[in-house]
Design a protein around this ligand. Structure first.
Ligand SMILES: Nc1ncnc2c1ncn2[C@@H]1O[C@H](COP(=O)(O)OP(=O)(O)OP(=O)(O)O)[C@@H](O)[C@H]1O
Length: 433
């Protein structure tokens, strides 16, 4: 984080990224002194309601974040910033998004947690769009023109007022991550008999991890016979993917599976009325398979450079995740965020899929939605193949290509994926090592 005096004194000359959060009510003119270098401007957490008309003077600007400010419209000047590819205006009071506000090279648009009831048809002209985050708005419809955004890979439309899931979603050839829970058309979760857990019966210990939506703590629970548990304490009423109560409902409904982190129950009686979920504790030998996407990679996870697997390990990881996904689909749950960064893995290659923040319930009549998740699996498979030491990944690559088929109907379902992976595992065991 930078401070205003550094900017004013000229200390920041030449920087590519500026982060300023200091109660700004107006855009500091001094930012233009960085016009020759600035690519990423983060003004989140201020009191801004407008941007200057001459913003395009920041001629290298690629990314702008203005989350947690006071905008009531998406500033039209953004549409004139020719290099802008990422626009993040989460948690404002935006009601109006006009066509003029959309930069032509837009890849990533975040308008989560606003008051938007209408989006312009011209959004469909943003052909580079890969990531569209609209959870927590008042949308009653989406522009049909979005069918032309064939590069869209991730869509969040949870917690809106949509009467139905648009048909064109199933025609998007690259769509892999979809979240739609908390809309009027959605299946209510059948309330599962989950164990009631009282906050008073828990003693909180160290922090285990933190994501955008919550903080995870280790804890002891009176009824756990001495074994540790984990708590996810949600940060707010809305996450970047949807509503905490939808996440908890899906996590509880998912039940038990060896490759899911799973849940124990919903926590009641939190002193600040925070939403919280009790989960089994996953021991410290497990770590995240990858880190979440960067601004550059947009939709693709980041792996550490020296991470390599043998073919047998890759096949086992793939099989365990296909099995977990098949288990979820058997209960009509779409995970919605099937990503390596949501998979914990231990030294023996055992995996646990977690984070149900983007999960949605679908009806048995919407089974084609499963094929969207199969595309997410294909990305995971592609990444795993890239870090696998083998001269013979041909058959696995073919499976990956099939799972990524641009025609959603031609992708295999997870049951078939599992069969194929089992065959590959048997063949690998018989091959000379
Ligand atoms: N049951 C658990 N036991 C141990 N560690 C856990 C457990 N659940 C989560 N963690 C740790 O906490 C991290 C964050 O968890 P999680 O992905 O659920 O948070 P999040 O807020 O939903 O993240 P996101 O940014 O994707 O919304 C995980 O990556 C993992 O390292």
């Amino acid at each position: 984080m930078h401070i205003l005096s550094q900017l004013r004194s000229g200390q920041l000359k030449g920087i590519k990224r500026l982060d300023l959060s200091c109660g700004l009510a107006t855009f500091p003119e001094e930012i233009f002194s960085l016009a020759d270098s600035l690519e990423i401007l983060n003004l989140s957490g201020n009191a801004l309601s407008s941007l200057p008309d001459d913003l395009p003077r920041l001629k290298h600007l690629k990314v702008i974040f203005c989350s947690d400010n006071q905008f009531d419209h998406l500033p039209e000047v953004l549409g004139r910033c020719s290099r802008l590819t990422m626009v993040g205006f989460k948690a404002n009071q935006i009601q109006t998004v006009s066509a003029a506000a959309l930069p032509s090279e837009l890849r990533w648009l975040i308008l989560t947690d606003n008051q938007i009831s209408h989006l312009p048809d011209e959004l469909g002209r943003c052909h580079a769009l890969q990531k569209l985050m609209l959870a927590g708005n008042r949308l009653q419809s989406l522009p049909d023109t979005l069918a032309a955004c064939t590069n869209l890979e991730l869509i969040r439309i949870s917690a809106n007022l949509l009467p139905a899931l648009p048909n064109w979603l199933l025609g998007l050839p690259k769509l892999a991550w979809l979240a739609f829970a908390g809309n009027p058309f959605c299946q209510e979760a059948t309330e599962q008999a989950s164990v009631p857990v009282r906050w008073q019966d828990l003693s909180i210990q160290e922090k285990l991890g933190e994501g955008a939506s919550g903080v995870i703590y280790k804890a002891h629970w009176q009824h756990a016979n001495g074994s540790p548990v984990a708590i996810k304490l949600f940060k707010g009423a809305l996450t970047s993917d949807g509503l905490p109560q939808c996440e908890m409902a899906a996590c509880v409904a998912a039940g038990q599976h060896p490759n899911l982190i799973g849940s124990i129950g919903k926590i009641t009686d939190h002193p600040d009325n925070a939403t919280a979920l009790l989960m089994p504790f996953i021991d410290k030998h497990y770590r995240n398979l990858a880190a979440p996407p960067s601004l550059e990679s947009c939709t693709r996870d980041i792996y550490t450079e020296n991470q390599r697997f043998k073919l047998a390990t890759t096949l086992n990881i793939a099989l365990s995740i296909a099995d977990a996904a098949a288990h979820l689909h058997a209960s009509c749950i779409l995970h919605g965020d099937l990503y390596a960064h949501n998979i914990l893995i231990n030294g023996e290659g055992k995996t646990k899929l977690g984070d149900f923040g983007a999960a949605s319930f679908y009806t048995p009549g919407q089974t084609l939605l499963q094929n969207i998740e199969v595309r997410a699996f294909s990305y995971l498979l592609e990444e795993l193949i890239n870090i696998t030491d083998t001269a013979d990944a041909g058959a696995l690559k073919q499976l990956q290509t099939d799972c990524a088929h641009p025609d959603i109907k031609k992708r295999p379902l997870f049951a078939s994926v599992k069969t194929q992976l089992n065959e590959l595992l048997s063949a690998n065991k018989q091959a000379p090592q």
